[in-house]
Design a protein around this ligand. Structure first.
Ligand SMILES: [Zn+2]
Length: 365
C-alpha cells in the first residue's frame, strides 16, 4: 500500500487517488498547508504511484524513491532562503531530458515560496509547456508568498492540520511517553504531526519552550538581555544537533548509491552543503522560540475572554496565566502577538536576530 504512511490527510489523498485512477494526473501540482503535516511524504508517495510499475511500495523502485536516489524522481530543497536562478536552470535542464527508467519523471520542489521572481520566471516556461514526461510537485507552507503566475499553472492540493486523536495514536505507537506528556505535546503541536514527533524525540524543543514560558510568565525572573543570550545559545545548539542528524541520514541514504571508498569525500561535500543550511536551521529554531512566546500571549487573550482553561495551550502555566490576566488588557495582547509575528518575519529576512529579539522584548514590556 503506497499511501499507508500518510496520517490524516483524507481530502488531499482522495483527490490524488482520483487523479491516479481516472488517469487525469496533470503536469504541475502545488501542495500547500502548514509545515510538518506530511506534504513531502505525500509527494514521495504520489511519485511512487506515478513512477513505479509494480504498484506496491516495498519494491526496489519505490525504495529508491523513498531514499531519494531514484534517477527519475528528483527532490529539490533550496539550500539557502531563496531558490536561485541557477537551481532553477538545473531543474529545467533536467526536465528537458527524457526519463531514464520510467515513462514519467517526477520533480519535487520543496519550499516553492522561496522562488524569487527571476527564478520563478525561468521555471514558468517549463511549467507552461509540459514536454509530457514530467510531473512537477511544488510544496509550500506559505501559499500567499508563491508568485501568482506559478500558482495559476498548478493544480492546488490543500493539506490540513491533523486531529489530535490521530496524533495521540501515532505518539502512543512510536514513543513510550506518559499520558500527561502526550496530552501536553498534543496541546503544543497545534495539529502538526512533525512537531509532535520532534517534541517527543528531541528534548531540546520542550527545553526551549520551558525557557521561553518561564521568562514570559515571570515564573523565573531574568534580565531581557540574559534571556535573549540563553535562548540564542539553545537555538544554536538545537540547530547544530539537527544538522548532525541530517548529515548522518544523508550519508546513510547515499551509502546505497556509492562505493564505500567515496564516503569520506562525500561526507566533506555534504558537510559544506549543511554549513550553508546552518543559518536556515537557526532561523527555524528562533521562529519556534517566538511561536512559544506568542502562545503565551494567545493564552492570556483566550483566558481573559473565556475565563476557562479548556482552550489553553500552556495549561501547565495556569496559575501564571490567571495572575497575568488581572492586569493586562486585551488590546495589549493582540499587539504583542502582532509584534512577535513581525519579528518572525524579520528573522526570516536574515535581519540580525539579537537586535530583533531585544527590540521585541523592549516593546513587549
Ligand atoms: Zn514500487
Amino acid at each position: 500500500m503506497i499511501f499507508k504512511s500518510i496520517v490524516g490527510q483524507d481530502q488531499a489523498l482522495s483527490k490524488l487517488k482520483k487523479d491516479i485512477s481516472l488517469k487525469t494526473i496533470t503536469h504541475a501540482y502545488l501542495f500547500f498547508g502548514p509545515d510538518g503535516i506530511g506534504k513531502k511524504m505525500m509527494a514521495k508517495s504520489f511519485a511512487k504511484a506515478i513512477i513505479c510499475p509494480n504498484g506496491g511500495d516495498t519494491c526496489n523502485c519505490c525504495q529508491r524513491i523513498e531514499k531519494e536516489i531514484h534517477p527519475d524522481c528528483s527532490i529539490y530543497t533550496p539550500e539557502g532562503n531563496f531558490v536561485t536562478i541557477d537551481e532553477v536552470r538545473e531543474i529545467t535542464r533536467l526536465a528537458s531530458m527524457v526519463p531514464m527508467e520510467a515513462k514519467t519523471r517526477v520533480i519535487i520542489l520543496d519550499e516553492a515560496d522561496c522562488l524569487t521572481e527571476p527564478a520563478a520566471n525561468a521555471l514558468l516556461k517549463t511549467l507552461e509547456e509540459p514536454p509530457g514526461h514530467n510531473v512537477f510537485i511544488l510544496i509550500t507552507s506559505n501559499v500567499d508568498a508563491v508568485i501568482p503566475t506559478i500558482l495559476s499553472r498548478c493544480r492546488l492540493v490543500k493539506f490540513n492540520t491533523i486531529k489530535s486523536n490521530l496524533i495521540k495514536e501515532v505518539l502512543n505507537q512510536k514513543f513510550s511517553l506518559t499520558k500527561d506528556e502526550i496530552e501536553q505535546i498534543c496541546r503544543l503541536c497545534g495539529g502538526v504531526l512533525a512537531s509532535a514527533t520532534q517534541m517527543a524525540s528531541n528534548p531540546w524543543h520542550l527545553k526551549l519552550r520551558g525557557l521561553v514560558l518561564d521568562y514570559s510568565s515571570g515564573r523565573k525572573l531574568a534580565q531581557p538581555n540574559d534571556f535573549v543570550n540563553e535562548m540564542m545559545e539553545l537555538c544554536k545548539k538545537s540547530a547544530n544537533e539537527s544538522l548532525e542528524n541530517n548529515i548522518d541520514n544523508e550519508i546513510i541514504s547515499q551509502q546505497f548509491a556509492v562505493d564505500r571508498s567515496h564516503l569520506s569525500h562525500l561526507k566533506k561535500v555534504i558537510k559544506q552543503k549543511e554549513k550553508r543550511q546552518a543559518a536556515k536551521q537557526s532561523a527555524k529554531a528562533y521562529e519556534e522560540a517566538l511561536d512559544y512566546l506568542a502562545s503565551w500571549y494567545r493564552d492570556l487573550l483566550v483566558y481573559s475572554e473565556s475565563k476557562s482553561s479548556d482552550l489553553l495551550i500552556n495549561l501547565d502555566y495556569f496559575d501564571e496565566i490567571q495572575k497575568s490576566c488581572q492586569n493586562v488588557d486585551g488590546l495589549d495582547k493582540v499587539k504583542s502577538i502582532e509584534d512577535i509575528q513581525s519579528a518572525q518575519k524579520l528573522i526570516r529576512l536574515n535581519v540580525n536576530t539579537h537586535l530583533v529579539m531585544e527590540n521585541l522584548l523592549m516593546n513587549l514590556n
